[in-house]
Design a protein around this ligand. Structure first.
Ligand code: SME
Length: 162
């Protein structure tokens, strides 16, 4: 079962590479990659990005139901991943203290920071209507997914130095 999951996630990352190609536009790549995640992964009800802007996370390109727009550092799963600069796998969102419920259907969640030149410039967030949907294999491959995105995309407009 884990082999199957690895194969599937490898396929996802290959598809991302060919989807992005040589495109460097950050908005286009975040939009298309969130659409890819939403179409490709099973048991998902939300996939998208929050972008770090003027001291808070602000809703970016996503697929799924409309979501909360602003999340403070340290708040919810996304704000915690921002602060810790690390991915978080939440088996059951109801047991995560401070979890922000955007879609009542969400039961589990995985959050991956997008780190460019040491700064978290965005957060990838994926929600599932099933408890325990995500595991360490997903974390490993979604971190690679974000690396592929970073390799090809010009994120300079989103960094503090721009
Ligand atoms: N659950 C997230 C909020 C974003 S929505 O899931 C799209 C959190 O606790 O940060």
């Amino acid at each position: 079962m884990n082999d199957k999951r690895r194969k599937n996630m490898e396929e996802l990352n290959k598809t991302l590479k060919s989807l992005i190609g040589a495109e460097g536009d950050w908005l286009a790549n975040l939009a298309n990659s969130s659409a890819l995640l939403f179409q490709f992964l099973d048991n998902i009800n939300w996939a998208g990005y929050y972008i770090w802007k003027n001291g808070e996370l602000v809703l970016g390109p996503f697929q799924g139901k409309p979501a909360c727009v602003r999340i403070r550092a340290g708040s919810g799963v996304c704000g915690t991943a921002y602060q810790k600069k690390e991915s978080i796998v939440v088996e059951n969102v109801h047991k995560f203290s401070g979890h922000i419920a955007c879609d009542a259907a969400s039961q589990s969640e995985i959050v991956i920071p997008v780190i460019v030149a040491g700064e978290v410039i965005a957060i990838l967030d994926i929600d599932s209507p099933i408890t325990g949907r995500f595991n360490e294999i997903d974390r490993e491959y979604l971190e690679k997914f974000v690396e592929i995105l970073i390799d090809e995309t010009d994120f300079l407009p989103l960094t503090a130095k721009s």
